[in-house]
Design a protein around this ligand. Sequence first.
Ligand SMILES: [Zn+2]
Length: 304
Amino acid sequence: MLACDIGGTKIAGGIVDGDEVRLLAQVPTPAQSGPDALIDAAWGLAQRIIDEQLASGGARPEVLAVASAGVIDPIAGRVTAATDAIAGWAGTPLRDELAARFGADVHVLNDVHAHTLGEYVHGRGRGHRSMLLIAAGTGIGGGFVVDGQLVLGQSFVAGHVGHVDVVGADDVPCSCGRTGHVEGLASGTGIEQHYLRRTGQRRTGGEIARLASTDDDARACIVAAGEALGRSIGGFLNSFDPGLVVLAGSVVRAGDEWLAAVHDGIAASAMDAVAQTPIQLAQLDNAALVGAACWADTNRKERP
Ligand SMILES: [Zn+2]
C-alpha cells in the first residue's frame, strides 16, 4: 500500500507492507504556499514512488493511506482545524483532493493518531489491549488505544496530551495560546524557551541535553521537562489505566537524567495501582506511515 505522511516541515512517503516501508522518499512541505500547492507536492511525491514501484516490476498501488498534521476527520476526509504551521490547511477536503489525482481509494488520519496505531499494531503495543503513546518533539502529542481501538474523540481531538495543566508550568506559555500546559515546559521548544528564560541564551534542545551534565541551568531545564511530562503521564495512568506507555519523539533522547525525572514525576502523581505501568521507548522508524496503512486496511475491510 502507498502511504504519505504530511508534516509541517516535510512530506514522507513509501510503500508499506506490515511494519516495512520500501521506496521511502521525502520532500519539503511548502507549508506557507496554500493547500493546493501542498497537495500537489504530496501527490508529486506519491507519483514518484508509484513510478519507482512500476519500474521495479511491482503493481500500481490500489490504495493511498495518508497521515497528516492538523485535526483530521477521517470519516469526512477533511482537515477540521490546524495551526499556522501550515497556512490555510483547516477546511481542506484532503481525501477528495488526493482521490481526484490518484483516481482510487484514499484514506486519511491525523499523523499522531497514525503514529499511535502503527506503534500499537506493529511496534511496542503488539499483544497489549490498551496503550498510551506520547510523542514529545517540537510539540507534545499522543494517542490512546483502548481495548484495541484507536480513540479519535467526538471532535477527533483525542490525544492532545500536551495540552493539560501541570505543576511547574504555571505561567509558561503554550503553543496553543494558553498557559500552564505541559507542552510549554516539556516539549523540545519548551526546553529551549525555559533555558532562554533562565540564562538569556538561545540553545537547541540537543545542546541543552548535552550540557545537562556540566551546566546547572541546562540540567534544571531537562529535569523540569521530565518531571512535568511524568506528572502528566501519572494523570493519564490514573484516568485511563492504559497498561503501557510508549514514548516517542526527539525529546526521548534527552538522556538518563530526563528519563529519571519522568519516572519521578510519575511516582509523584500516579496512584499506587498504576504507578508501575511499563514506560517504553517507541520501536518503529516510520510509525505514521505504517499506522496510516493499518487505518486504511481496517477501513477497507469494514466496507460492505
Ligand atoms: Zn497548550
